[in-house]
Design a protein around this ligand. Structure first.
Ligand SMILES: NC(=O)c1ccc[n+]([C@@H]2O[C@H](COP(=O)([O-])OP(=O)(O)OC[C@H]3O[C@@H](n4cnc5c(N)ncnc54)[C@H](O)[C@@H]3O)[C@@H](O)[C@H]2O)c1
Length: 361
């Protein structure tokens, strides 16, 4: 134990060192004590985050912006959360409501503010925009939200000419492309939540059907955050067993079409039932923030501009697995794919590139 806490006494606030200590502690323990040791890691995270200063600005105090602010607060992930909205009363009330929830445990300031708060923000999360109206085309929605984020990006740049921005506003790939163009920032610094939510839904439904723990299902959905997204079935693993092997071993072939339909319709189904989706995306964003703030170099399928090494796909702002750390997107990973999956990805890239072209992005 003493070893684990020595870094605190010395005030050497290296997050990685702290979590490594906790992880070593976990690995050295018997299964019986594993639970206690796991909770030690969580406590180390809490303590480390309370020593470091990480300011997050959330733009848009709607369903999604509020859920993100609340999730970051409740997970103690950052030290300062500011909410900005063009409806000032809405941002103030949202911040107040979330701040009141801190009354029962360690305080993390959650407040409303103006664009000057972007000056020293470590990360800006863009959720402002409108939701798609019935009968509205995707391109129309894209035009409206690109207009909205253009104004917002110009405001950000007045105070922070070198921002790191995570885009959530839909259509997320196109809006990310717009923010990248308007800010003129390095392509690793502007990224969208992309297919991380589709991936979460994918892992959820596969684990639900197979009656397995969700964290034992790995695999990515890549491409457009939308109808043309591509689940990479050929790379799905259950534990460390390829899905095809698992299906053989337990004679449980799964209906891939049914799963693809589920993830395609998941967002629309939720919106039909309750008007909006926000908890899933809020937790997905919290995981992205965790990788960013703690420089974890985790691999996630995020929307970002593909470089020249991707040949015909270069220039598309679309989701591919990438490594995310404190500097943003560190590298993009080309997953192994079947020929059919590659063709589907070609189609998804073409859809995004066409829309980027139509909007001059
Ligand atoms: N990427 C994803 O996986 C994902 C998931 C869910 C929702 N979304 C998207 O997130 C966005 C927000 O959804 P929501 O449900 O929170 O919508 P909402 O209507 O509840 O909230 C939008 C907020 O943006 C604010 N806003 C609009 N224009 C603004 C401007 N110019 N400056 C500052 N604030 C402005 C509005 O006042 C409102 O408070 C939508 O585009 C939605 O499609 C994305």
């Amino acid at each position: 134990m003493k070893h684990c806490w020595s870094w605190i006494d010395k005030r050497s606030f290296s997050f990685n060192h702290a979590t490594d200590c906790a992880a070593n502690f976990v690995n050295n323990k018997t299964q019986k004590n594993r639970k206690n040791a796991d909770s030690l890691i969580n406590r180390v995270n809490l303590i480390m985050n309370s020593f470091s200063t990480n300011k997050i600005v959330v733009i848009g105090a709607g369903n999604v912006g509020q859920a993100i602010a609340y999730t970051l607060m409740i997970r103690h992930q950052v030290s300062d959360i500011v909410i900005i909205d063009r409806q000032i009363e809405r941002s103030k009330s949202s911040a107040k409501d979330i701040a009141h929830a801190t009354g029962f445990f360690t305080q993390i300031p959650v407040r409303a503010g103006g664009y000057d708060e972007c000056r020293d923000a470590d990360l800006i999360i863009m959720t402002a925009g409108i939701n798609r109206k019935p009968g509205q085309s995707r391109l129309d929605l894209a035009r409206t939200n690109v207009d909205i984020v253009t104004g917002i990006s110009e405001n950000i740049m007045k105070y922070n000419p070198d921002p790191l921005i995570l885009v959530v506003t839909n259509p997320v790939d196109i809006v990310t492309a717009a923010v990248l163009k308007i800010t003129g920032a390095d392509k690793n610094k502007i990224f969208g939540s992309g297919t991380i939510l589709d991936t979460a839904r994918f892992r959820f439904i596969v684990s639900d059907i197979l009656k397995l723990g969700v964290t034992d299902v790995s695999g990515f959905v890549i491409g457009e955050h939308g109808d043309s997204h591509v689940p990479i079935w050929s790379n799905v693993h259950i534990g460390d067993l390829a899905l095809s092997e698992y299906e053989k071993q337990f004679a449980t072939p799964i209906d891939k079409n049914q799963i693809e339909e589920y993830i395609k319709k998941a967002g629309a189904d939720i919106i039909a039932g309750k008007g909006a989706t926000f908890y899933g995306i809020a937790m997905a964003v919290a995981r992205i923030v965790e990788n960013f703030i703690n420089d974890k170099h985790g691999i996630m399928p995020l929307s970002h501009k593909l470089g020249e090494e991707f040949g015909d796909w270069a220039g598309a702002v679309i989701s591919m697995p990438c490594v995310i750390g404190r500097s943003g997107i560190e590298k993009t990973i080309m997953p192994s794919m079947s020929d059919e999956e590659r063709k589907k990805m070609d189609r998804s890239v073409n859809i995004i590139k066409k829309m980027q072209k139509e909007l001059g992005l």
